[in-house]
Design a protein around this ligand. Structure first.
Ligand code: ITT
Length: 200
């Protein structure tokens, strides 16, 4: 059956596609396949609120089943920043590099303990009638001050998961996809995906 990933972020798409590959029941699309679709403002105050908002808006507009991902980095010592503003931390049209540079500047004032952080991913599944399921997953670790690695995206070069020595950007994609916040959320929403009538 058709499932639209409500994102224009190529990196998220690659990770979700890779993880859903084992579960071959879907013809996957992204918002890039619907160039006339206008994404809503992400006005939610939590990842879950934004994931639900994105999923429902796209499901109604496209009249399809939709899976939306809202995710980001949370630094408790910074009052939760960048949080839901992760993609716009350094400004409205900021690149991942701009956002990492701003994070590095901000981290310079923090001690090691205060550099504990986690990634969070909320996934929402919706059809035109409403949001059917919303889940979250986290990946806990700490931030370093110098970037390492070239895999992944976003804040990956600055983030080390507890019990690992490499940043997420130094891990190969299969390893990241086994341990990430996105994987944890996907595992939780999988029973709802498997239960969709057309996937049987
Ligand atoms: P869509 O709304 O189109 O999905 P987006 O990039 O704007 O794309 P978000 O609003 O969910 O998506 O913001 C996600 C940001 O959080 C992303 O740009 C990264 O900066 C960061 N992020 C999320 N997941 C990440 C991951 O696995 N590794 C590194 N950074 C991540």
């Amino acid at each position: 059956m058709e499932l639209v990933l409500a994102t224009t972020n190529m990196h998220k798409t690659l990770e979700l596609r890779q993880m859903l590959k084992a579960f071959g029941a879907f013809d996957l699309y992204t918002l890039l396949d619907f160039p006339d679709y206008q994404q809503p403002e992400e006005t939610g105050l939590s990842f879950e609120e934004n994931a639900c908002l994105k999923a429902l808006h796209a499901a109604k507009a496209l009249n399809k089943w939709v899976l939306a991902d809202d995710s980001g980095l949370v630094v408790p010592a910074l009052g939760g920043e960048p949080g839901v503003y992760s993609s716009r931390f350094a400004g409205k049209n900021a690149s991942d590099k701009d956002n990492r540079n701003k994070l590095k500047e901000t981290l310079a004032d923090l001690n090691e303990e205060e550099r504990s952080a986690y990634f969070e991913c909320a996934l929402a599944l919706a059809n035109p009638d409403g949001v059917q399921k919303c889940v979250r997953g986290t990946c806990e670790g700490y931030l370093i001050l110098e970037e390492r690695g070239s895999q992944g995206f976003g804040y990956d070069p600055l983030f080390v998961k507890w019990d690992y020595s490499k940043t997420l950007a130094e891990l190969d994609v299969d390893t990241k996809n086994r341990i990430s916040h996105r994987r944890k959320a996907l595992d939780k929403i999988m029973p709802s995906l498997e239960a969709l009538p057309c996937t049987i």
